[in-house]
Design a protein around this ligand. Sequence first.
Ligand SMILES: Cc1ncc(C[n+]2csc(CCOP(=O)(O)OP(=O)(O)O)c2C)c(N)n1
Ligand code: SF4
Ligand SMILES: [Mg+2]
Length: 320
Amino acid sequence: MNQPATHCLLELYNERLELEDYQSGVPRWCTGCGDNAILTAVQRLCRDEGLRPEKTAFISGIGCSSRFPHYMKTYGFHGIHGRALPVAEGLKMARPDLNVFVNTGDGDCCSIGAAHWIHAVRYNMNITVFLHDNQIYGLTKMQASPTSPIGTKTNTTPRGSYLEALNPLTVTLGIANVSFVAQAVDWIPESLYDIVKAAFRHRGFSFVRIIQRCPEWLPKLTDPWLHDPQRVVLLKHQNALRVGAELGKIYRNQLEHDPSDIDRAREIASDQERVPVGILYHDPSVPCYEETRHAGALRTPEQIRRGLEAEFDKYAIEAR
Ligand SMILES: Cc1ncc(C[n+]2csc(CCOP(=O)(O)OP(=O)(O)O)c2C)c(N)n1
Ligand code: SF4
Ligand SMILES: [Mg+2]
C-alpha cells in the first residue's frame, strides 16, 4: 500500500541519526589536542540524545577551540573573539526552540569575553557552554591567558607569568543565578561524556570547564594529573553522576558530593592539589531568562506580519 507523503516525511524525521550525521570536515587541530576528545564526546551526545541537526547550533568565538562549529554538521557560527556568549543569547531569544551550544577558549571566555561570561551566568538562558581550558592562547601561538598557572613561561611572560591563575569554577559559582557548574578533563572520555550529557539535560545555563591538553604549547602541563590518577577526584552522588566499576579501578579517589550544596561546591572547586571531575553545582529551580521574557512569543509568521503592518501603518499617508 502506498504511504501518504506526510507519513514518509515523518518516518524520515524519526530516523535515528548516526555519528557521521554530525561529522563535518577533518579537524585541523594538532595530534593529541584535547579538542578532538571534546568533539567526539559532543558528537556522541548529539547522536544519543537524537538532536536534529537543523534544530541545533554551535556558537564560538575565535581560537583553536572556536573552530568547533566547522566540524559539526549542524548550524554554527564561528564568530568574534570573546563574543560567543552574546551571539548565543541573541539566538536563544529569537529561537528558544533550538539547542544552543557554545564552545569558548580560556582567552575567549575569561579574558576578552569575561564581562559577557558574568552576565550570561546571571541571565541563566538554556544554553550549554563548554570552556575549552588549555590554559594558554593556542591559536595565536602561546601567550599567557587568565587561567595560565603562575610561573608559566609564554611569549608574553618569558620569565614566567606573575599572577595567580583565575579559577573559572569559583568565579562562576560566585555569580548570581548560577544553576549548573561542572568540570571535566579531556583524557577521561567516559566521565567527559557523562558530564556533557548532564550539562545538556539541565534546563538553564550549563557551564562546563573542560581541562584540555595543548601538546603544542604546554606539553607537560597536565602530566602530574595524567601520571597520577590519585590527583583526580571523581565526584559522585545519587542526584548527579555515578562512577562506573572500570573507571573506579583507576580513579580510586572518589567523593560523595551533593550538587545542591553551593558552599561545599566552592570548597571543592578551590582545591589546588587535586582536580575535581564531575558536577559541582546544580540548581534546576533557577528561572531561565528566555522563559521569563516569553522569548520567541512574537515569532510566528502571522505575528511578524501583523507587527510589521502595524509599524508601516504608522507612516501611511492617506489617499485623498
Ligand atoms: C578582538 C580580537 N582580539 C584579539 C584577537 C587575537 N586572538 C585570536 S585567538 C586569541 C586567543 C585564543 O585563545 P583561547 O581563547 O584560549 O583559545 P585557544 O586557541 O587556546 O583554543 C587571540 C588573542 C582577535 N582575533 N580578536
Ligand atoms: S595549538 Fe594547542 S589548542 Fe591549538 S590545536 Fe594545537 S594542541 Fe590544540
Ligand atoms: Mg586557550
